[in-house]
Design a protein around this ligand. Structure first.
Ligand SMILES: [Zn+2]
Length: 314
């Protein structure tokens, strides 16, 4: 029965495996989220994939599975090459393991930023436009470019790594080994580093007295009007704006979509970001590239992960 057919999309990150079922029309049916913190072996992750699929597909006919993974992937080999948040899966042929578990249904796998890009493009903030760049603003910063419904993958699927675009020639060190990357100025870890540095210099300051430094606690402090916390967000926002200006100048996409946990603090970083992108991009670019917030929140990736399956089925 066609009405009973579902696709299950997954988004595997360092803290949660999120999963949703969708009909052939792409409409959301059910969703669930599972804690991955206790997964130590690849088999532990596989068990979660199986449990989630079972709970979402009872009395339904499972037609396909799409998986978004937070990491650098070798799509030809179906392998996770590197993922700081999923160390147990580094070097693991995850796609082959999923194929064995879900045979005869062949699962598909993609990078999580690309999945979020497709999700927003087809079912969120990108609906109705031809070109869209997504910026995922979380612990790290990712990106993806969609043109006419297709991800621009580049020669090896590595395109869109906007977090590691240099915005300072000899700037702060980054987790990737380079220096001056956007992510080293505006990301969850960079904001925490700036707050910790402030704490070392001024242990009795309001930031120094925060119990657990995180983007959320730093945002709360900024909400209360604390100038030091606001300055950290504003400086980070200016760096983000330079990155956005570079996207506008290079690609001039119709929309630039911001998603991820840091977006919750938008009132603290967007004004300086806007200042930077207006200063540093051509007026014709910034007036035609609209910067907007994502609409699917943390569920963009699960929707994007099944998009290629929906297109194949139609
Ligand atoms: Zn970097």
């Amino acid at each position: 029965m066609p009405g009973n057919e579902i696709y299950v999309g997954f988004d595997l990150g360092g803290s949660f495996l999120k999963a949703s079922s969708f009909g052939l029309d792409g409409e959301l049916q059910e969703r669930c989220s599972m804690d991955t913190q206790r997964c130590l072996r690849p088999e532990d992750y596989l068990d979660l994939f199986k449990d989630a699929t079972k709970s979402l597909s009872s009395n339904k006919h499972l037609k396909g599975i799409g998986v978004a993974v937070a990491g650098v992937l070798d799509l030809d080999a179906g392998k996770v090459i590197d993922s700081p948040n999923l160390p147990a899966l580094c070097g693991v042929p995850l796609l082959g393991m999923l194929e064995d578990s879900f045979s005869p249904i062949p699962p598909q796998m993609m990078n999580d930023a690309n999945a979020a890009a497709l999700g927003e493009f087809f079912a969120g903030a990108g609906v109705g436009c031809e070109s869209m760049f997504i910026l995922t603003l979380g612990t790290g910063v990712g990106g993806g470019f969609v043109q006419n419904g297709e991800i621009w993958g580049g020669a090896s699927g590595m395109a869109g790594e906007i977090g590691h675009m240099a915005i300072e020639s000899n700037g702060k060190p980054c987790t990737c080994g380079s220096r001056g990357c956007l992510e080293a100025y505006f990301s969850g870890w960079a904001l925490e580093r700036d707050a910790r540095n402030h704490t070392e210099r001024y242990p009795d300051s309001a930031i120094g007295l925060i119990d657990k430094i995180s983007p959320a606690s730093l945002s709360e402090l900024a909400d209360s009007g604390n100038l030091e916390a606001r300055t950290i967000w504003e400086n980070g926002g200016y760096a983000l704006g330079i990155g956005i200006a570079n996207i506008m100048n290079l690609l001039n996409p119709e929309r630039i979509v911001l998603v991820g946990g840091l977006v919750n603090a938008k009132e603290h970083f967007l004004p300086t970001a806007r200042m930077a992108w207006e200063e540093r991009s051509f007026e014709q670019s910034s007036s035609s590239s609209k910067v907007v917030l994502g609409k699917l929140g943390e569920w963009a990736g699960v929707r994007g992960a099944i998009q290629p399956l929906l297109q194949e089925a139609r």
